[in-house]
Design a protein around this ligand. Sequence first.
Ligand SMILES: Cc1cc2nc3c(=O)[nH]c(=O)nc-3n(C[C@H](O)[C@H](O)[C@H](O)COP(=O)(O)OP(=O)(O)OC[C@H]3O[C@@H](n4cnc5c(N)ncnc54)[C@H](O)[C@@H]3O)c2cc1C
Length: 380
Amino acid sequence: MDTYDFIIIGAGAAGLLLADVLGKDPYFRDKNILLLDKNPKDQNDRTWCFWEKGDGNFDAILHKRWNHIYFGGQSFDQRSDLSPYSYKMIRGIDFYREYLSRIQHYPNITFLPATVDKVVEQKDAITVHTDRGTYRGQKLFNSILDADAMSSQQKFPVLKQHFLGWIVKTEKPVFDQGTATFMDFSIPQEGNTRFMYVLPFSATEALVEYTLFSAELLPKTEYEQALRAYLEDILEAGNYTIQEKEYGQIPMTSYEFWSKNTDRHLYIGVAGGWAKASTGYTFMRTYKKVKELINYMKADSPLSSFIQKDRYWYYDLLLLDVLYKNNGKGHLLFESLFRKCDTELILKFLDEESTITEDLKVIAACPKTPFLKALFGRLF
Ligand SMILES: Cc1cc2nc3c(=O)[nH]c(=O)nc-3n(C[C@H](O)[C@H](O)[C@H](O)COP(=O)(O)OP(=O)(O)OC[C@H]3O[C@@H](n4cnc5c(N)ncnc54)[C@H](O)[C@@H]3O)c2cc1C
C-alpha cells in the first residue's frame, strides 16, 4: 500500500489552495503528499466572486473586477462605490488550470484522479479506499461534505443558498459593466428570501443569477421562469441568447461541521464549515483558513482543535434562526442593513474583521424584534 504523510481529498477550492501552499513552503518539502479527486477538473463548473482591498493574490487569473455594487430593495436602492474594496471574479476553469499546473511542478505532490469510497482511521494512520487503490496517510484533509450528518441534526437549522445562473448575450446594450448587482430584491419573494445577482462583463453580456436563501430547492423550471421574467420585464433586455449555465447550492448553517475532526482527519472547505454561514461566501475564507492552518501545523497544534467558535459564529447563528423562521421577510433585513450602514462596513463585518463598536452599528441596523426572539430562543 502506498504511504503518504498527507492525503488531500478534493482538488476543488480548498484542496488546491491547501496543496499549493504546502507545495511551495520549504517547511513541508520533506512531506510526501497525495491529492485525490474523482473529477479531472477540466470544466468551468462555477465562478467565484469575493471582495478585497487593492491588488490580491488571484489578480493574474481574474476574469473581471467591479468597483461599484448595486443593492436593490423593495423600498430602497443604491449604487455604492466599493472603494477601498473591489469585487472580483474568477472562473473555476482558470483557477483549476493555474493551480493544477503549479501542483505538477511540486516534486512532493502527486495528483491522482480517483473516487474515494471510504476512509478508515486507525490509531497510527488513516486509510483511504478509492476505485484506484488504497492509500495510507498520517494526516487527511478531506473536502467531501457529509450532507447526511448536517441534515439529520436538529440543533441548527439548515438553509441553502441555491441558484441558477445564465450567462446571457443581448443584442442591445443593457448592463452597466462597472457595477455588479449584489442583491436585487425587487422581485416577487413568494414567502422566501429571493434575489437577483448580476455580474456584467460588458454592456451586452452578464451572468444573471436567480438566488434564494431558503430551506427547500425549487423545481428547475421555477428558476428559469424567474430569470426570463427578470431579463424581459425588469431589465427589458430584448433578444438574448444563453451562452452558459451555472447551478449551485451552498449550505447555510451554524452546524458544527468540525465536530468530527480528529488529530489525523480534518474536514476542509465547505465540508469543514469554512463557508460563511450567513452568506455562503467561501472562496476568500478558504484562502484565509488555509493560511491559518499552515501556521497551526507549523506550531504542531492538534488538528482536532483547529476550528474554534468566535463571536461571528454566534451572529450567524442568530441571523440564520431569523431567516429560517421569517424566510419571507429576509429582504427587509438586508434592506435595513444597506439603508443604515456603509457598504464598506458591511463588507468588513462579513469578512469578520470589524471591531466590537462596528459590530454594534451593524447589529443596531437589523430589525430588533426577530433578533431578540432568536436570542431568547437560543438562551432559554
Ligand atoms: C456554482 C457555485 C458557485 C459558487 N460561487 C461562489 C462565489 O462566488 N463566492 C464564494 O465565496 N463561494 C462560492 N461558492 C461556494 C464555494 O466557494 C464553492 O463551493 C467552493 O468550490 C467550495 O470549495 P470546496 O473545496 O469546499 O469544495 P469543491 O470546490 O466543491 O471541491 C470538492 C472536491 O471534492 C471532490 N470530491 C467529492 N467527492 C469525492 C470523492 N468521493 N472522491 C474524490 N473526490 C471527491 C469534487 O470532485 C471536488 O473537486 C460557489 C459554489 C458553487 C457550487
